[in-house]
Design a protein around this ligand. Structure first.
Ligand code: PXL
Length: 278
């Protein structure tokens, strides 16, 4: 069985980061090892969240894994809370990467033109440095703009603009870049990828649903990492990840009492398992 290491926080309530990555990667039929970077009572969109920083534990944990000769087929990073954690994660890449290891960095730090609570431009610059070590990075347009020092444009851009951003993202050093939340104003929303080695672009769109939920980026990245780690092509993995994210939103809004803070990806898991079995 393949084994993914995912490095991000655990927000106890809120349906994001590890509470999303673990069940989704497991549903992909892949063993999920976790390196929790912090424990929060909820994610940071709630008021008054607690935050227990686990930076001081990370090196001891990975040293134990090294002693046991444990290795990983993929390493997937999400929300990271400090400069020190970015350095430690960069070292983990160096220590655990073999020639077949897939490194996926989701530079979680911003959305809708704004950085999340606690982050600034300097952090975005440090995250851009971590992205240089990745095989594949999956920012949304806001995160891409912060890392590239570009002005964020919410809408009204065209496909050439997206292609330009993707090329610049690969210029940070990553082999492939995927931009999420691409909206070309035609009623659809989707993703576009660029492969630096082949020069190929790929895009996949679905209907633009009039909702916005926390955690959808984590649902998408976890599924993409699952698909790629199973050996599916990037095109197929992107299609499956977008469809699963959209299905999670559809399942969420079916329930009139749905939560504001995350999507009901649990109800969509059977569709993911079925697609992966094909
Ligand atoms: O979903 C991304 C995410 C992950 N972890 C924490 C967050 C967020 C988004 O707000 O606050 C702690």
């Amino acid at each position: 069985m393949k084994r993914i290491l995912t490095i991000q926080d655990i927000s106890c309530v809120g349906k994001c980061s590890l509470t999303v990555a673990l069940p989704i990667i497991s549903a992909c039929g892949i063993e999920t090892a976790v390196l929790p970077t912090a424990v929060l009572s909820t994610h940071t969109a709630f008021k008054g969240f607690t935050f227990r920083d686990l930076t001081g534990d990370l090196n001891d944990i990975t040293k134990h894994w090294k002693d046991l000769n444990i290795n990983f087929d993929s390493i997937y990073t999400g929300y990271l809370g400090s400069f020190e954690q970015l350095d430690i994660v960069s070292n983990i890449f160096d220590q655990f990467k073999s020639k077949d290891t897939l490194i996926l960095v989701d530079p979680v730090m911003a959305d809708n033109g704004n950085l999340y609570c606690g982050f600034d431009q300097k952090f975005a610059d440090a995250m851009a440095k971590l992205c240089s070590k990745a095989d594949i990075i999956v920012p949304n347009l806001t995160e891409a703009c912060f890392m590239l020092h570009e002005e964020y444009i919410a809408e009204g851009y065209d496909i050439e603009y997206v292609k330009g951003i993707l090329k610049k993202l690969c210029g940070l050093g990553a082999k492939k870049a995927v931009l999420t939340g691409v909206n070309l104003g035609d009623g659809r929303l989707g993703v576009m990828s660029y492969d630096k080695a082949t020069g190929e672009y790929f895009s996949y769109y679905r209907e633009h649903l009039p909702y916005s939920f926390h955690g959808t980026g984590d649902v998408f990245a976890s599924t993409l990492c699952g698909g790629l780690s199973k050996g599916l092509t990037i095109e197929k993995s992107l299609e499956i990840a977008v469809d699963f994210t959209v299905q999670s939103i559809i399942e969420t809004v079916k329930n009139p009492d749905h939560n504001w803070y995350g999507v009901d990806f649990e109800s969509a898991l059977p569709t993911l398992i079925e697609k992966l079995a094909k």
